[in-house]
Ligand binder design. Sequence first.
Ligand code: C2E
Ligand code: CA
Ligand code: CA
Length: 871
Amino acid sequence: MSEHHRPHDPDASRLADRAQMDPRRRLLYLTFSRAVLVAGTLAAAGVAWSQPTQFTPQLLWLGPLLVLGFLLAEHLTIDVDIRQVGWAISFTEIPLVLGLLTAPFEVVLAAHLVAGVGSQLVRRLTSNLVYNVGVMCLEIAGPFAVYALATQVLPDGAPRWTAALLGTLASSLISVALAVTALNILRGEPRLPAALRLAAHTLVVGLLNTSVGVVGYEVAVSAPWGWALNVLVVAALVALYRGYYGLLREQRDLETLSDVSLSVARSGQRVAARPGNLLDGQLADADADEWQKIAERIREQLSAKRVVLRLRLDPAAPARALVAGKPLPEDEPPSHDDPILQLPGSQVRYFRGLDASDDVREALARRGAHEALVVPLRGANQLLGAVEAHDRLSRWRGFGRSDVQLLRTLASHLATAMDNRRLLARLRHDAYHDPLTGLLNRPGFREAAVDRLRRHTGSMVVRIDLDALSAVGDALGHSWGDRMVIAAGGRLREALGPGVPLARLEGGTFAALLADCDEEEGRRIAEQLHRELAAPYPVDRLSVEADAVVGYVQVPSEPAEEDDADVDTLLQRADVALRAARNAGDAVRGYVPSMGQIFLRRFQLVTQFRQALDTGQVRVHYQPKVALPGREVLGVEALVRWVHPEFGRLDPDEFVPAVEATGLVDALTSFVMDNALAKVRGWLDRGLRLSAAVNLSVRNLADESFPDRVAEALRRHDVPPRLLTFELTESGVMSDPERALPVLRRLHALGVVLAVDDFGTGYSSLAYLRQLPVDEVKIDKSFVLGMGTDLGDMAVVRSIVELGHSLGLTVVAEGVEEDAARDQLVEMGCDVAQGYLISRPLSEDRFEAWLRARTVRARGRRDETVLTLVR
Ligand code: C2E
Ligand code: CA
Ligand code: CA
């Protein structure tokens, strides 16, 4: 019952509440209410004294009837909507005018007091009794005095009801005057125009009520069976009103329901749209606002003095109370042992001080409430909170059946909406987070990044790859790999701080978005992240070594096109930078646009490779291997070349990794092997025993049918297996030893030679080689090339030669470019040399020409023909 809605009924209990808030005003109000009481008593005494009282036997039933009339009149306030403004109309004037016409003053006064004070005592609204009793006395004494005066002043022929009408209107005016004064004292309002409006409204309603009363009286007195007519009219009006009121209430309740449900849903959407802090248990301020509005809306609809919305958004945290209307007293109780909040089931419970046990009465008193409607908010599997409504704002009537009904429906709507909202939040959380690390996943990163990129300039996307992860996972089991990923995620989060969007994209790949950092700072952070991830990982009692590569890309400060700020593009560019870093053996690289072209080209290459194989763009080149120190040509390494119609000659380093990634490596290996075996066959036919080495990729070693295809090819070309060598990198074998080993064993069993390529660049030890069925190691060319200038490289080469020999392996040095290197290798006892010093890789024709020009036929130890390099 807000002030807009009930101008006619300045409610006493609400006035008192306001008074509690302001001690100074309360004092004034107390004085005023005492003055009203004194004035009322005096006026009543005066009227009683001045008028002769005639008690008739009819009063025996008329008195109680008047009490009933007053009770009903106040009790049955009706709410009418007129132009969007709710008016509350009470009918006090009807019993009053009937009393004026039929009963002596004392009886009417007594009836009014019994009805009014009785009602208030029943509802324990005692705080304003003094004021109210005074008002009631004045409300009765006034009209009787005016009535007496009017009967004397009006001409003799004037009917009695004219005097009664004047008297009753006087009563209305007295009520308005008192209410306006009380409001003025308590709140400094209403102002004069508002007071005049209130008076006018009261007079209109008063006139209507009085006329109805007078007409009813006249009909009852003068028409035959007049009382029956009255009953009929009243019954018809009541029925009409009830229909109207029911409709109105239903409509308003529905509005409230849909408003409340919508608010919850809307706040839920907002919550869900913030991937960063989902389900953090804290009620965000924006949500609190929304809930506050919901509480306010419920309070309004129930006409309650106060509504408390207790929300338990996080099962662990205490419920949070949102209060609409009059604030709760300071010492509001903690909720767990509160009898009002013990809510079994999901029914609405009604508590009233009057008929409650002591602890409930105490709980009500702690809330400063006389009555309370309480309903739990029960979700699918937990208690989400409760709604309390305190004290209906009416002088006479407490909460009723329709209020209970509304609250019950509201509670179930609220609970469902909250449940949905939690569910939505949980779904969103799962959809946006990586379950292993709890970091964001790719969609979550996208979502968080889009938001940041819009608000910040000078951002940077960093991509971090934890290397050797798959090796660890394969070698030690996946739970170790998982633990490393979790540890790595933790280190990154620690280094970046809590606010920075950080995601695990897949495997050991992480991405972060740094806001407001320039190139220099970005690089510093990228290097720091690299250091963090590259530090050893203590797992159980072991310490696992790892390395990382970092690529980053600066977000264009002024995006030229919408696309430029696209998160996926940024992630992809960071990835391109990362690959560039890895290829160059760097730890950290920033993206530059030319890298993008490389990326695009690689994409084209992959799509075109198959066709290139078929159309002769792909060729095999041969690079000789010679024995040390005798210089016999032992064989060749077959190296693939692609002459692309658009890009020209392509090096295998550029396209082989791409081909490997697409699964076309099978076709590549078969192609090279076939060409190489055909060459070996050709040389054999010319009496030359030259072997050919073919490079394998990891994928070949994972393919169980590969050894069969090799055997088939050897048969087809009729080449002895000893003349075929396979070169495999140590990381290739290491990445999945369980799958690679059986294939290697079968190849070895075929009798082909197995060589470990690029030896020294991986992380396996020579001792590990002992377990592999290999015959040959190829020292990586970086050590051989560095031998002349770097003593460290020299030491590496020397120890590989010695250890290789101690394991019974043939040791090959590749990358031999200079005489000095060759001489040193001879001195170390290295078996085979390969390099530009001897020859570059050459096409078939040019290799044949090289053989003719640079070698001489000689007789070998077992009488075979050998080719020896001429000096
Ligand atoms: P790799 O197996 O280590 O091959 C040796 C590489 O070193 C070749 O590069 C060769 O041209 C180069 N090289 C030879 N002698 C010297 C020298 O004295 N100095 C210097 N600086 N470099 C020398 P290429 O032909 O570009 O091949 C690069 C890599 O591509 C190879 O490294 C191999 O891993 C891969 N590859 C080549 N052909 C194939 C193939 O048919 N199949 C597969 N799976 N990989 C291949
Ligand atoms: Ca090789
Ligand atoms: Ca090599």
